[in-house]
Design a protein. Structure first.
Length: 412
C-alpha cells in the first residue's frame, strides 16, 4: 500500500474536473498566505462534516495564521495572535470553535466579540458557511436592533453567539444569555475592543464567563492597553506574531501631494487611469463622506457611501450591495476599517490622510485581501506631511510618490 496521504473528498461529492482540480496559482499571492509549513486540513483530525464545509468554502490549505492557531486552540490554550488583515484570521478561530462545539448541548459554548455590526454579520456568515453540515446554531446580537427580537431568539438553542460587547453584556446582565458554559471567548480586532469606549464593558462582561475560560485575541496591531489587559486576563497565553516582516506585504503605497481644493480633480484623474475592481475611499468625517459621494456622482461615477451615523438598516443594505458588486466605489468613514473582508477590493484611496499608523494600517488592509495584491494611494496636503513621515517610521515602510503610470501588475 502506498504511504502517500490520500486527499479527503466529501461524501457524495462529484469528482472535480481537470480544470477544477488544477493546483491553486500562487504566483500573485503574497507570502503571508503562501509561506506555510505545508500542513493539510486533515492533519488536525477535524470532524468529517467540518472538513466538508472547509472544502466547500474553497479553502485549499491552511494559511500561516491558521497553521499556528488551530492546534493550540484545539489543545485548550488561550491565544494572543497578531497577523496582517486578510490572511485568514477569522477562519483561524472559527474552525477550532466549530470543532469544539457539541450540538447535543443547547447552551452557548463560544462567544465572538467584535467592534461593529458589519463585522459581526460577516463573522457569522463565515461560521455558517464553514459549519453548514454541523447543525450548529449561530446568533448575531448587536446594538441598534430591537432587544426584544434577541430575547425571542433565545427560546431556541444558541451554540455560538457573535456580537458587540455592550449588547451581549445587556443580555447577560438581564439573564437572557447564559454565559456560564461559554468556555471560549474570542476577541476579534482586540485593539479596538480594548479602547476606552469598550474596555470597561468588556471587563464587566468577562465576569459572566466560567473561570476556566479560554480567551482568543486577534488583531493586526497591539497597543500598550492591549498588553495591560492580556497581562491580567491571559498571563499564560500562547503568542503568535506573524507581523514582524509581513505587515504590508503585497500592498503598493503611493502618495500624491495635492491642494485640498484639487482633491476631487485628482480623484477623477485616478478613476480614468486605474484598473479598479472595487475601491474604498476614506474620509476623516461623516460629513466629508457624504459631500465626497455627492461630488463623485456629479462628475459621472456611481458610488455608495457608508458611515456610523447612518441608520443600521441603511448601513446593512449598502454593505450588502457593495459586497455583491452593486457598485465599484464605496466612500467611507473609518467604520469599514475593521475586518471587512471583500476580496474584490484592489484599491484603497485615503482622500483624507489618517491621523495615526493603526488607522492607516487597517484602512489600506482593505485591499490585498488573503494574499492578493493591492494598491493604496494617499492624498497628502501640507498639513499631512508630518503624519505621513511618522507613519512611515512607525510601520517601517516607505510611501512612494505616485508615478505618471501605475503598473497594473502591482494591484490586479
Amino acid at each position: 500500500m502506498s504511504s502517500e496521504k490520500k486527499r479527503y473528498v466529501p461524501k457524495n461529492q462529484a469528482p472535480k474536473s481537470a480544470a477544477e482540480s488544477r493546483p491553486v496559482d500562487t504566483r500573485f499571492r503574497t507570502e503571508d498566505v503562501t509561506n506555510t509549513k505545508g500542513n493539510e486540513w486533515e492533519d488536525y483530525f477535524l470532524k468529517r462534516d467540518l472538513l466538508m464545509g472547509i472544502f466547500d468554502k474553497g479553502f485549499d490549505k491552511p494559511s500561516p495564521v491558521q497553521e499556528e492557531s488551530i492546534p493550540v486552540i484545539l489543545a485548550g490554550q488561550s491565544v494572543i495572535a497578531r497577523a496582517k488583515n486578510g490572511t485568514g484570521k477569522t477562519a483561524a478561530f472559527v474552525i477550532p470553535i466549530l470543532e469544539k462545539c457539541d450540538t447535543t448541548i443547547s447552551n452557548i459554548q463560544s462567544v465572538v466579540l467584535v467592534p461593529t455590526r458589519e463585522l459581526a454579520l460577516q463573522t457569522s456568515s463565515v461560521i455558517k458557511e464553514l459549519g453548514k453540515y454541523l447543525n450548529i446554531e449561530c446568533m448575531v446580537s448587536t446594538g441598534g436592533t430591537p432587544l426584544r427580537e434577541d430575547i425571542y431568539r433565545f427560546y431556541k438553542p444558541v451554540h455560538i453567539l457573535v456580537g458587540t460587547p455592550g449588547r451581549i453584556l445587556d443580555l447577560a446582565s438581564k439573564e437572557v444569555a447564559d454565559l456560564s458554559k461559554a468556555h471560549v471567548l474570542v476577541m476579534d480586532e482586540a485593539d479596538k475592543l480594548l479602547s476606552q469606549d469598550f474596555q470597561p464593558i468588556l471587563e464587566q462582561l468577562i465576569e459572566y464567563f466560567p473561570n476556566d475560560r479560554q480567551i482568543l485575541m486577534y488583531s493586526a496591531t497591539f497597543p500598550i492597553h492591549v498588553k495591560d489587559f492580556s497581562g491580567k486576563y491571559l498571563p499564560n497565553a500562547h503568542m503568535i506574531n506573524l507581523m514582524d516582516e509581513l505587515t504590508l506585504k503585497g500592498l503598493t503605497q503611493y502618495y500624491a501631494f495635492v491642494q485640498e481644493k484639487k482633491k476631487v480633480h485628482c480623484l477623477n484623474t485616478l478613476f480614468s487611469k486605474l484598473q479598479i475592481n472595487q475601491a474604498i475611499i476614506f474620509c476623516n468625517s461623516t460629513l466629508r463622506v457624504e459631500l465626497l459621494a455627492k461630488k463623485i456622482t456629479e462628475i459621472g461615477y456611481s458610488c455608495f457611501f457608508i458611515h456610523s451615523k447612518m441608520q443600521q438598516l441603511d448601513r446593512n443594505r449598502v454593505f450588502h450591495d457593495f459586497r455583491n458588486g452593486g457598485c465599484r466605489c464605496l466612500v467611507s468613514s473609518d467604520l469599514t476599517t475593521r475586518g471587512i473582508d471583500i476580496q474584490t477590493v484592489n484599491v484603497v484611496i485615503n482622500f483624507d490622510f489618517p491621523k495615526n499608523s493603526e488607522t492607516y494600517l487597517h484602512r489600506i488592509g482593505r485591499s490585498g485581501r488573503f494574499g492578493h495584491l493591492g494598491l493604496a494611494i494617499n492624498f497628502i496636503t501640507d498639513d499631512d506631511k508630518e503624519n505621513m513621515f511618522m507613519i512611515e517610521r512607525e510601520l517601517d515602510t516607505e510611501i512612494q510618490p505616485v508615478p505618471q503610470v501605475i503598473d497594473k501588475s502591482l494591484y490586479t
